[in-house]
Ligand binder design. Structure first.
Ligand code: KG4
Length: 354
């Protein structure tokens, strides 16, 4: 089964052709980073205009690269949320009209389900059973959550961020430090070889607590990055808003260390409370070298298999969207959304039937 995936939830215009959920025949992405850089973050209006201009070209390049004719496409998968409304609507409208024209199914996919699925796209085995139950750390620019996956279609968020996402914290820190956008890669770059113990930044919610403030999430698996951000701001103010050049790399490295430690600390809590067969990490921040290194060490230490998204699938892409659609179809959960849903939450697939 060949599925054409379309993804326009934020500032990447992406299309991919994927066969049987894993065989990525093409994965075309137009990154708009350069367009948003001058503004220090994604400007929704600019993102949506660029999707309108670029999407037909990107879809065409995905078809050409995969040597697939539109007539050979069995279904169209599209991200319908969460994301920027003005961006989502471009991909959704395009996918909907194409599916009508070709008279093939349109499958709505949750963007976060795509990130969760991306870790399996490297696995040649089609039998996921070996990996479940699994704890999954999803760490991107828009969300940071810990998900307990019973199987490929049954999952529950057990912890999430109560303020910023990890990627958002890195992007804001880079902005404060005058390093530009996006923050994660530039902070990683200048942190190489620097002293990550230069400043001991606070780790949000680090102290374990038996009391819980949410019926839905366990406090010990939740994240908070706003205190970390404020701490950085205070340090900068102490320097009268100008960090000396010879200290900039050490400050960035210390900040990155605090983000990584925070992710590992919460993940360790979740893993120690659940008897799982594996754990995984996906999303844009999972590209981070320090995080990947620490996760691999941790996996060895606790003798639990770790699945990481391949680098090409960490940030937003349409291959993971087509992959999820294949699993939805295979498990008879096909879902044709009436509209986009910018605040869509990650839900158990069983609820799609209601
Ligand atoms: O997954 P993604 O494309 O966005 C959402 O779906 O929300 O991730 C983008 C985020 C940005 O915040 C960016 O700074 C971060 O991923 N990022 C990184 C790295 N590369 C991208 N963070 C840390 N280290 C990296 N190497």
């Amino acid at each position: 089964m060949k599925i054409l995936g379309i993804e326009t939830s934020c500032d990447e215009t992406a299309a991919a052709v994927v066969e049987n959920g894993k065989n990525i025949l093409s994965n075309s992405i137009f990154s708009q980073i350069i367009k948003h850089k001058p503004f220090g973050g994604v400007v929704p209006e600019i993102a949506s205009r660029n999707h309108v201009v670029k999407l037909p070209e990107i879809v065409n390049s995905a078809l050409v690269e995969s040597k697939t004719d539109l007539k050979q496409i069995d279904a169209i998968a599209v991200t319908y949320g969460p994301g920027l409304g003005s961006s989502l609507v471009v991909g959704y409208s395009y996918a909907k009209s194409l599916s009508k024209r070709l008279n093939i199914p349109l499958i709505g996919v949750n963007h976060h389900a795509g990130h969760l699925y991306s870790v399996f796209m490297n696995e040649k085995k089609y039998n996921f059973v070996d990996f479940f139950p699994m704890i999954s750390l999803m760490v991107s620019g828009g969300d940071t959550s810990i998900v307990l996956m019973k199987n490929i279609c049954e999952y529950r968020i057990i912890g999430t961020t109560i303020d910023d996402a990890a990627g958002e914290a890195l992007d804001k820190a880079a902005n404060i430090l005058g390093l530009g956008y996006p923050g994660g890669p530039v902070i990683q770059k200048i942190s190489e070889g620097a002293n990550e113990n230069f400043i001991k930044f606070p780790i949000g919610l680090k102290n374990k607590s038996r009391s819980n403030w949410s019926y839905e999430y366990n406090r010990n698996y939740c994240f908070s990055f706003s205190g970390l951000k404020t701490s950085l701001l205070t340090k900068i103010q102490n320097y009268e808003n100008q960090i000396p050049n010879n200290e900039l790399n050490d400050v960035a490295a210390s900040f990155q260390r605090a983000v990584v430690d925070s992710l590992l600390d919460r993940l360790a809590n979740a893993l120690s409370d659940h008897n799982v067969k594996s754990f995984s990490c996906s999303g844009g921040v999972s590209l981070n070298k320090v995080l990947r290194y620490e996760l691999k060490n941790f996996s060895e230490k606790i003798s639990l298999p770790l699945l990481l998204s391949p680098a090409s699938l960490c940030t937003d892409n349409a291959a993971m969207i087509a992959g999820v659609a294949y699993e939805l179809i295979r498990n008879k959960y096909t879902f044709n959304p009436d509209d986009i849903c910018p605040s869509l939450r990650l839900i158990d697939w069983n609820k799609l039937k209601n």
